[in-house]
Write a protein that binds this ligand. Structure first.
Ligand code: EPU
Length: 420
């Protein structure tokens, strides 16, 4: 197992190229199972989660080849509708093969993912959507079994206690594109990754309207073809590097991004006193004054993303005042709090809110990464901490950040990786 070492105290400066969006790629790679022929997905980051999805697609009977950021998927005539526990347990997003398998084969058997460190994460909305399309769902021996002689379009309300669901919207959309007739998904998720998936499905021949809004309308078609598609860039990776610029009082430009995907983040960063400059495919952050505290609440898109909550909290640990950070998507997503406190931060948890009192300085320590975004927050804290921070269990970071030490080093950070 690797650990990640950060020697704090450097101001980050320069430009950083942002990779393709992990959370777009995962459902898009699964959607390629729906095509009769080869799909080629471009701008795919080289990440652990992507390798897991490739393994899963191969185990389902697809021919998959990877070449320098592009992945070719050719579903064979012998697709197997079974996603085993071994793969699903290492990556929850494996559940997004349910929709394509059900749509294409009329059956799917996928291990239930169970909870994870950021919360319970049920899949009831996915299943509600499939049932509305006419599938019979049973849960046996830890597996979800979905079966349908033929799927038919339906009106489906996909809201849960925490609002819309990104992967449930994607999953139901992937099943509905081959259903008979019209499907309406109400309270659909509006995240850019859902729009990206819909755009890929349209490229394959699907008839979808309204993606990006809360009402998605799908007219089922008889079959889909394979397609070539370039995924959007990763707004969460981009946001993480902008926060790295802010926390070190630096001057960082993220390149190869869609600037409007992170408006909620810029709003908060500007409230801290940072200067944000948007270009056509770039965003620059400059921080020249002490950081002011900000309050924030995570919400579905276009609200502030839960996937940047931990990073913003790391930023607020050294702001001059008190910030209140409230989590409305995953009320328990605070595993980074005790670790940040070990570095000298002053954070109290009160229900699903964290009250952060800014301190003059953090100090380097041994800390433990617990999930992907919590790991990113610890790296950010390490960048401003006095001395050396050792971040253990860094494999979490490798699930979602491509070449993180290379990218940070190019911006002037002192970071390296060691075997434990
Ligand atoms: N929810 C339900 N029932 C469901 C599905 C979701 O109650 O059937 C709840 C969840 O427990 C949560 C809320 O709805 O409280 C929203 O969850 P959502 O379904 O939108 O999450 P997801 O689709 O499983 C994706 C990302 C997550 C990201 C969330 C929210 C992928 C592969 N994952 O998960 O990304 O946090 O949307 O934006 O797209 C990450 O990258 O670090 C990550 C966790």
């Amino acid at each position: 197992m690797d650990k990640f070492i950060v020697q704090g105290g450097k101001r980050l400066r320069g430009e950083v190229e942002i990779s393709g969006a992990k959370n777009s790629c995962l459902p898009i790679l699964a959607a390629a199972l729906l095509g009769e022929g080869e799909s080629v997905i471009e701008n795919v980051p080289n990440l652990r989660d992507i390798s897991t999805m490739v393994k899963l697609l191969r185990s389902l009977g697809a021919r998959v080849t990877q070449n320098n950021g592009s992945v070719s998927i050719r579903p064979t005539n012998a697709l197997v509708p079974l996603a085993p526990y071994k793969l699903v347990s290492t990556m929850r997003a494996s559940v997004c093969v349910l929709g394509p398998l059900l749509g294409r084969l009329g059956e799917a058997e996928v291990s239930l993912p169970g909870g994870c460190v950021i919360g319970a994460r049920p899949i009831d909305l996915h299943l509600k959507g499939f049932e509305a399309l006419g599938a019979k769902i049973t849960i046996e021996h830890g597996y979800v079994k979905a079966k349908a002689a033929s799927l038919r379009g339906s009106e489906i309300y996909l809201g849960g206690s925490f609002g819309s669901s990104v992967l449930a919207t994607g999953n139901v959309m992937m099943a509905a594109v081959l259903a008979k007739g019209e499907t309406l998904i109400e309270n659909a998720a509006c995240e850019p990754e859902v729009v990206d998936l819909a755009n890929f499905l349209v490229r394959m021949g699907a008839k979808i309207e309204g993606h990006g809004s809360h009402l998605i309308r799908i007219q089922g078609v008889k079959k889909l073809r394979g397609a070539r598609y370039q995924v959007i860039s990763d707004r969460i990776e981009a946001g993480t590097y902008l926060v790295a610029g802010a926390v070190t009082h630096g001057d960082v430009t993220v390149k190869n991004v869609t600037p409007e995907h992170n408006n909620a983040l810029y709003d908060k960063l500007m409230q801290t006193g940072a200067v944000i400059t948007k270009g056509k495919n770039t965003v620059r952050i400059q921080v020249k004054k002490p950081l002011k505290p900000v309050d924030l609440t995570t919400l579905p898109y276009p609200g502030f993303p839960t996937d940047l909550q931990a990073q913003l909290m790391a930023l607020m640990t050294t702001a001059s005042g008190i910030s209140v950070i409230t989590e409305k998507i995953y009320p328990d997503r605070f595993m980074h709090v005790p670790e940040l406190n070990r570095m000298g931060a002053r954070i109290f948890l009160e229900g699903s809110s964290a009250i952060v009192t800014g301190v003059k300085k953090l100090s380097g320590a041994h800390v433990m990464a617990s999930d992907l975004r919590a790991s990113a927050a610890l790296v950010l804290a390490g960048l401003v901490a006095e001395g050396r921070t050792d971040i253990h269990r860094v494999y979490h970071l490798d699930r979602g950040y491509e070449q993180v030490e290379e990218k940070l080093s190019r911006l002037g950070a002192t970071v390296w990786r060691e075997k434990e």
